[in-house]
Ligand binder design. Sequence first.
Ligand SMILES: *Cc1c(COP(=O)(O)O)cnc(C)c1O
Length: 364
Amino acid sequence: MIPISKVDVRDSEELVLEVLRSGSLAQGPMVARLESEFASAIGVRHCIAVNNGTTALVAALSLFDLDEKDEVITSPFTFVASLNAVLEAGGSVRFADINEDDFCIDADSVASRLNRRTKVVMPVHLYGQCADMQKLGQLSELAGVHIVEDAAQAHGATFRGNAAGTFGVGCFSLYATKNLTSGEGGLITTNNADYAERLRILRNQGMKERYKYEMIGHNYRLTDIHAAIAVPQISRMNEIADKRAENAAKLTRGLSAVPGLRLPRQFEERRHVWHQYTIVLTSQSPVQRDEFIAKMAEAGVSCGAYYPKLAFDYDCFRKDKRVKIEDVPVAKRISQNCVSLPVHQYLAAEELQHIIDTATSLLS
Ligand SMILES: *Cc1c(COP(=O)(O)O)cnc(C)c1O
């Protein structure tokens, strides 16, 4: 079976052993090293490591003291963590529709949702490609609202040369299937020294110096063991993204003549790091999404539907007053028809060909 994602962190063994042998397992020098190496890799002043991508979002949103009257505008076409994090941070959520070309929130739709309660715009750089940060940046500045980026899937992605995580407060995940991983972990990035300091205090029980509590805090700390898993991958980040881009280009070449299919678009001014390679089946397609995924699996190709339903489309959110649901026709259609094919850096040429051949025969 060709897996949709594959983890190989054998090059971390030495550093992990070093931490284990040191006897200091909790947040310490290895976390600091991870933070400084990631910050320089993407070109941001401050990086604060936390225990997962969801808490990265919660902590980042907490900077803006949200209460139920405050709204965060985000994408409905995302992992549920984006939504859960806003509610956990105390705010309400309003959903903008997405753009069919990049799967991220559409600036015009965001503009139509902005109101006096909006405090944060939270784009999700889905599948490893940045949202249109030019338009979203301008819009947010005009409206005087903050930007929190859900960059959980976008380590190393750029927009006009600037990295995801540098347009607002950036939140990355180091979960096992992400392009950069520590098993579980998260990173927050910012160029604002005041935010960075508050985040460091917040993640450690609100404590600046031992037993001096400055705010109501939490334990969001990452361990040195986890940091040691991720550190060696930072020097390979570009190589990993390049290999994925090469695989994506092969898939696109191989599938370009297949009818009934929308292939993922890569924009000139954006560096796509291909966390996922996602195609959209159109009404011309002879098979529906779920059948396509099942048939691909029969042929030994594991595909995914990220995400099969919109984040709010569950009873627990539909009945919550803090979740403001509006019409999002593009997001809805794409969630029903999207399929992610394997694109990871460990795919062999024959495996890519098998994916292309199987998809082609199912769709012709
Ligand atoms: C993975 C992911 C998260 C959450 O990260 P965890 O590390 O799993 O908590 C948030 N948003 C998106 C878009 C993700 O893909």
